[in-house]
Design a protein around this ligand. Structure first.
Ligand SMILES: Cc1cc2nc3c(=O)[nH]c(=O)nc-3n(C[C@H](O)[C@H](O)[C@H](O)COP(=O)(O)O)c2cc1C
Length: 359
């Protein structure tokens, strides 16, 4: 069905199509539509359950950050069968992001290039939306960042503000230091600034009655020594997990004509071309840490096989964004059903048994 309407959808500017999906999702996620959407798309099976980060996930597949930046259609996305939803990146103050157009489809590669630059309605708006769905039992992670005008030297204060404001409504907090579209943000992945940032957030966190799991999201463009640093820092600062990966600034191995790639310009590349690299990083992190730190795997997941590959490489949970654009709203159900088939093929009783099996 989606494959039939996709060519029409793809005629519309990518960001306008996305805006329409969020607006429609805001309506369809509410009564009386929600049970209907759920009956079409949800899929449950005990074997898909994953217990990690102190929570019980109904299935391992989440919606990645960036899709519902302001938490405005959360109930809808949960009804599509995702086991958890990551909202954000949320910045303290509202900001418009970069000039449009800023999302481009590279259809031949089943990829996207975006340079949104943290367009965010700010933490106050996200808070209102998160309060609204508080009792719905959805597992929500909140991905936080800094405003563009905040220099890196003052970044901690932005992350602290978002953390203080939103932690009560988040099952986990994701510290995003890997978007390529906020100038100098990725420099916060380096040893000193990352240690300082995570220590600062943890200092606030450990003052809470119930500390939240803190995770850090990294770029696929880090080398092995930088990945080793991330693991050391994760251990030293006692954070609970690493998300691998964000979008890449590289344009290797694409089949889209060069002129089209150049016309899209700068930004982060996501989708199928990212799949292999992000899986390699997951495997590296799992091996080096001997499975000690939970990994959330993201990058180029379109099929059950793609999700399973990342889980077997060491991801406890997985997420997708671009796959939803290309495959449509049935993707979570298809992947979850397919995962069961793959478990049966390999004689495994649950997803939990598959984690790191092929690391
Ligand atoms: C249009 C777009 C916007 C995104 N915005 C964010 C964001 O705000 N914060 C973030 O951490 N990641 C963001 N991402 C990255 C995704 O969460 C994900 O890490 C990346 O796209 C790789 O997964 P995929 O290949 O399944 O899309 C965005 C991705 C896209 C395509």
């Amino acid at each position: 069905m989606y494959k039939l309407i996709r060519p029409l959808l793809f005629k519309i500017d990518a960001e306008r199509a996305h805006g329409a999906a969020i607006a429609l999702g805001g309506v369809l996620g509410k009564a009386p539509f929600r049970p209907f959407v759920k009956s079409l798309y949800s899929f449950r099976d005990e074997r898909l359950r994953v217990r990690v980060l102190g929570a019980d996930f109904e299935n391992p597949l989440g919606l990645a950050a960036g899709f519902d930046k302001n938490a405005e259609a959360l109930s809808f996305f949960a009804s599509l069968g995702f086991g958890f939803i990551e909202v954000g990146t949320v910045t303290p103050l509202p900001q418009p992001g970069n000039p449009r157009p800023r999302i481009f489809r590279l259809k031949e590669d089943e990829a996207l290039v975006n340079r949104l630059g943290f367009n965010s309605k700010g933490m106050k708006r996200a808070l209102e939306c998160l309060k609204d769905i508080r009792d719905e039992g959805i597992i929500v992670g909140v991905n936080i960042g800094k405003n563009k005008l905040t220099p890196n030297a003052a970044a901690l204060s932005d992350y602290e503000k978002c953390f203080e404001s939103l932690a009560d409504y988040a099952r986990y907090i994701m510290v995003n230091v890997s978007s390529p579209n906020t100038p100098h943000l990725r420099e916060l992945q380096e040893r000193k600034p990352l240690t300082r940032l995570l220590q600062g957030i943890q200092a606030l966190n450990f003052r809470r009655a119930r500390p939240r799991p803190i995770l850090v999201k990294i770029a696929p463009d880090l080398n092995e020594s930088q990945l080793d640093d991330v693991l050391d820092i994760a251990k030293d600062t006692n954070i609970q997990g690493v998300v691998a990966t964000n979008t890449t600034v590289l344009r290797d191995g694409l089949v889209t004509p060069k002129s089209e790639i150049e016309a899209a310009g700068e930004g982060g590349l996501s989708g199928k071309p990212l799949r292999k690299r992000s899986t390699e990083i997951i495997r590296y992190l799992f091996r080096r840490s001997k499975g000690a730190i939970p990994i959330v795997g993201v990058g180029g997941i379109f099929s059950p096989e793609d999700a399973y590959e990342k889980i077997c490489a060491g991801a406890s949970l997985v997420q997708l964004y671009t796959g939803l654009i290309y495959e449509g709203p049935g993707i979570a159900r298809r992947i979850n059903k397919g995962l069961l088939r793959l478990l049966e093929r390999d004689g495994l009783r649950s997803i939990q048994e598959a984690i790191g099996r092929n690391a």
